[in-house]
Write a protein that binds this ligand. Structure first.
Ligand code: ATP
Ligand code: MG
Length: 229
């Protein structure tokens, strides 16, 4: 029997509904899953099946209607907003389809911005940001603004921002959704490298077939998990 200490995130009987114009949408229907520490998990399914909703409840950005979310041993379905935001700042790195970079900040400032406000000295922040940019092979673009970077470069910058605080978990929602096939491969290879070298647990949501990159693929359809392989 595997110890529960190895489990990074667990969802138990999670349900979430949305009501719109009198109709009820079951965005998550009796979802149960266990993500082991260090796993690289692909969550795949068609548009509207509940993938983003799942990531949002797993990270406490959104609350389930019922069920439990155990994140690193803590039931976050009952945590206060303060506790949740601290947990996200300390333990999670987020990566989005549209990069979510701040256009008025350079690459290195975007990466540093996750640590603000902070008690760290500026030199220490800068050293960490440089190290994160080196990890994603983007140091030569550190003073570029987002408009001066390609899509693939912007996503690598966003990944540097996601790893600067050495999170236990990276949650990536369609990280290659706006990228060409070569950049998609580069980004997935980079996430794989981070997973292996930093032992970061990684969940990648996608509607494409990226299962080759994962240790495990969770398939969803209409709010339900239909297979875990
Ligand atoms: N705030 C909301 N209000 C009402 N309905 C919502 C809301 N957010 C999501 N939904 C509905 O819940 C379902 C799941 O949405 P979700 O965004 O999780 O899907 P998804 O799998 O991420 O889709 P996509 O691949 O298009 O991003 C959809 O039917 C969506 O329309
Ligand atoms: Mg989505």
């Amino acid at each position: 029997m595997s110890s529960d200490k190895d489990i990074m995130i667990e969802a138990v009987d999670v349900n979430k509904e949305y009501r719109r114009a009198g109709a009820i949408i079951r965005a998550l229907a009796d979802v149960n899953l266990k993500i082991k520490s260090g796993d690289f998990v692909i969550i795949q399914g068609p548009t509207g099946c509940g993938k983003s909703t799942l990531l949002n409840v797993l990270s406490g950005l959104d609350l389930p209607d019922s069920g439990r979310i155990i994140f690193d041993g803590e039931n976050i379905a009952r945590a206060t907003e303060d506790r949740l935001s601290r947990l996200r700042r300390q333990k999670i790195g987020f990566v989005f389809q549209d990069f979510n970079l701040v256009n008025t900040l350079t690459a290195i400032e975007n990466v540093e911005s996750v640590l603000w406000p902070t008690v760290l000295r500026q030199k220490e922040i800068e050293n960490r940001a440089i190290s994160a940019l080196r990890d994603v092979d983007l140091l030569d673009r550190k003073d570029h603004f987002p408009v001066q970077m390609s899509g693939g470069e912007k996503q690598r910058c966003a990944i540097a921002r996601a790893i600067i605080h050495r999170p236990r978990v990276i949650l990536a929602d369609e990280p290659s959704g706006n990228l060409d096939p070569q950049s998609e491969k580069d980004i997935m290879d980079l996430l794989k490298k981070i997973n292996q070298e930093m032992e970061t647990t990684i969940l990648v949501v996608t509607h494409r077939d990226l299962s080759a990159y994962g240790d495990k693929t969770i398939r969803m359809d209409r709010g339900k998990i239909v297979s875990i392989k």
